[in-house]
Design a protein around this ligand. Sequence first.
Ligand code: ZN
Length: 408
Amino acid sequence: MWRAKGKNNTIQLSFKYRIYPTKEVEEKFLKVMQIEAKVYNALLDAVNNARKEGRKITPEDTQDMLKGLKIDGKDLVYSKALQMVNNQLWYNINALHELKRKGKKVGKLRHKKIMKIINYNQSGFKVEGDKLILSKIGEMRVLFHRPLEGKVKGVIIKKSATGWYAVFQVEVEKKHLDKAGKVVGVDLGVDKLVTTSDGVVLENPKVFDKVERGMKILQRSLSRKKRGSRNYEKVREKLVKLHEHAKNLMSDFIHKVTSWLVEQYDEVYVEDLDVKEMVEDSESKTLRKHILHSNLSRFMSYLSYKAERAGRRVVKVNPAYTSKTCARCGYVKKDLSLADRVFACPNCGWSIDRDYNASLNILHTGSGLPLEPVDRRPLLYIPFSEGVYSKFPGRSRKSPSRGGDAPS
Ligand SMILES: [Zn+2]
């Protein structure tokens, strides 16, 4: 799910759902995508020719050309979708310029055989129950695995390896929540997804162990098959589906966790992931870690838009030393390795779960509060299977004044 800048009181989100077009509709999709590609190529030629002749040409110029283009089947494409092809072309042109400007070596834009999307912007679509109806195409069933919220501004049809998808671009009203009176530091990880400064641990789904085993078996099997053979394709398809299954499971889990955080806390302090990723990159080699890593950025994007919508704050904290600092006395233990799951402070003798210690430091660093002794509360583990939104704990300390018994 992406989000773009919204107007004052709304934010824009996109919701992706699987759709089930009939054979007939699917053929129309493919046909439209091919025609769109021809339009794209014609406009690209026009731009290239104009530049060759030293004429200035703008997106408005090429948009005006759409009407006059003689392309077989052009009438089968919804007019607004055609305009979006023009937008796509100029988006690509600008992106290429930007790369060039940055000194990157870039090629030329190429002709396309098929466009990857059909973009219904602002009009030409209708949602009725679980059906999506598109102008010039027809209707299809949508699997609304999460409710579609807000006012639909556009629909993008996409084909992926596993099937067809509709991405609904919606505008959602901000709904500010009442103050919760609590703030929290959150450590994100690849083993435990979330450890909070309130001592709550949300583990990454164990299902990944299974998924990883499955993937290894399939990959081994794939390597023994002849590339392009029927059996090869069969196994490859299974692999893609397994990937997608894992992604959907995780996505759902992340939605629940981020909703819970936003509801419970006025401010959520998290590590700045870009930096953390660089710091820990060397250890993220395995497939499992690779999958989980991509979840961290999804986590951030969900958390950010939900917080914005609810009038909460997400504060990114520099992750330097959040793991290596003792949250009790401030001593920096430089030789703490990634394998050390417990932080044992040589200065004050405190011994504490590594990630919990980090979450406390994230809260300290982010909120600017001085280091204070914290209690050694037992961590509350919530396994994935119980990671149901309603079961998440409400317990928490009142912050920012964070007292607690000093540890022995
Ligand atoms: Zn210490």
